[in-house]
Design a binder for this molecule. Sequence first.
Ligand SMILES: [Mn+2]
Length: 372
Amino acid sequence: MSADANNNKPGSVEEPKSKETPKFDLAKENPRCAEWMDDCIKRLNSLYKDTSINICGVMSGHEIIAIIRLVENIFMEESNLCEAEAPIKVVGDIHAQYQDLNRLFDLIGRVPEEKLMFLGDYVDRGPQGIEVVVLLFCLKIRYRDRIFLLRGNHETPSVNKIYGFYVECQYKYGVGLWWDFQACFNRIPMAGLISKKVLCMHGGLSPELVNLDTIRNIPRPCEPLDRGLLIDLLWSDPTNKGEGWFHSIRGISYMFGKGVVEQACKSLDIDLIIRAHQVVQDGYEMMTGRRLITVFSVPNYCAQFTNAAAVVCLNANLQISFQQMLPPALPDSCKAKAAPAIAVDLNLEAARADKETIKPFAKEGSKEGGKS
Ligand SMILES: [Mn+2]
């Protein structure tokens, strides 16, 4: 409990509670399982910087199924609005770029020393989706209160059937494993809440999101179909172009403007939204009146873009900073084109202006009304 309740002026941002959640230690609860996970993590780490072998060389399909069964139980024990406390680092799309995920860990630190929240899109597009998702699952089983995994739109069967993961499962282990992954993906939490004040999801807001219990009450397992809250959380995009809701050029879900974000911050009692889902040139981008950050966490997305990767760091007071990983030079044979700053947003100037005035949210909360 925080002892300085008197210091909280009306309208100011509440200090994060220093209440320590009891640490879950798998090595104490189940030493054999901890030992097994340590061994899995070690084997998976051996695939970093060695692309001459893939996961098939270090892990059987049966072992992966056992890992899936364990991790889906942990997901079900968490809320569909998965809660974590700052300090924490928030990680965006990975898209099967296993080598880049490990390079990112070299930069930002590893679990359990760092606490991390991932915003989904682990699979598809890149070559090592199984490696990415199984490593993250093993870390979740081993250190469940140091790593939080949210669901992305690519963790749905209709999407990862088409964009690479199905074929990857098929040639590495057989299609049976693909089905096991889908059952597990249907149990991954749909959104996250950091220190009660920072709402995280893969895509964005939804017209159906009237309060945070709306997310908590989504029953699982769940499969997002074609419209509604589940689809919006995984698919919607912010825009600097307007205030309200707009049709999306993706042909699914919506785009939402600054007014929607401001209204959501008020009605949901949050300070900030962090989401992923779009390639941004610097790996992060502030939008919609500095109340929303897009984060993308692998460089050279699909070897088609020249984007940098980044993660959002929130300290114990919810002050924001970024860690950025620049793209390695592409081989000459790869034709690279620059990513638009926000793939679907034409108002680049507003986006840049936002980024140049990044300030800690925690201190600014009370006087936000006078700005913009
Ligand atoms: Mn996405």
